[in-house]
Design a protein around this ligand. Structure first.
Ligand SMILES: Cc1cc2nc3c(=O)[nH]c(=O)nc-3n(C[C@H](O)[C@H](O)[C@H](O)COP(=O)(O)O)c2cc1C
Length: 177
């Protein structure tokens, strides 16, 4: 499993969730690799013709095609930790998804056919992630993703971030078919 933390904020709520997940996986001797999007060298997509048709981009020299995609394709399960931002995911998440364009090529899209995505979605405003969920539905449809499951929870900035540990634990344990 690869754990993809999509928050730009160090020490924020996504980091707390990631730490809880990582500790749990370590305790249970389960294999995982962490990927914090804010720590990788990732450029804005340039929308060149190659990117648009899923060829390798000739212009952008970030770490996506050389390091990150080779790391990702070793995994058939992603656990994405997602803060809700203006009703969608973080900007980093969107850049990451767009920079996976070489995986959307017809000769490589098969990677998604065996991929299971689990998303832990959180935010301050209940149900404000509806557009994000619809986006995932569409992403699943055009990539042919094997499965997509999610949990959501809302927290109160006043009461602090008391996230539902048991819910997250059950979610990690859940086998996806
Ligand atoms: C610009 C901005 C927009 C936000 N929009 C939403 C939103 O639409 N829905 C929501 O539930 N929370 C929203 N939030 C609250 C964040 O989800 C919350 O601050 C969260 O803790 C951020 O995750 P992080 O701490 O892991 O970075 C927003 C926060 C910011 C900074």
């Amino acid at each position: 499993m690869i754990i993809i933390n999509t928050s730009p904020r160090k020490g924020g709520n996504s980091d707390l969730i990631e730490k809880y997940v990582v500790d749990y996986l370590k305790e249970n001797q389960l294999n995982f690799e962490p990927l914090k999007l804010r720590e990788i060298n990732i450029s804005l997509p340039d929308h060149c013709f190659d990117c648009a048709v899923g060829n390798y981009c000739q212009n952008i020299k970030d770490d996506m095609e050389s390091k990150v995609i080779p790391q990702i394709v070793k995994h058939d399960e992603w656990l994405i930790i997602m803060p809700t931002i203006c009703g969608y995911g973080s900007t980093l998440f969107k850049i990451f998804i767009d920079r996976l364009s070489s995986l959307y090529h017809k000769d490589r899209i098969h990677y998604f056919h065996n991929l299971k995505i689990k998303a832990v979605i959180h935010g301050q405003v209940d149900n404000s992630w509806q557009i994000l969920l619809k986006w995932f539905e569409d992403y699943q449809s055009w990539t042919g993703l094997k499965s997509f499951e999610y949990i959501t929870f809302v927290f109160s900035p006043k009461k602090g971030f008391n996230f539902p540990k048991d819910k997250i634990k059950q979610f990690i344990q859940m086998k996806l078919t």
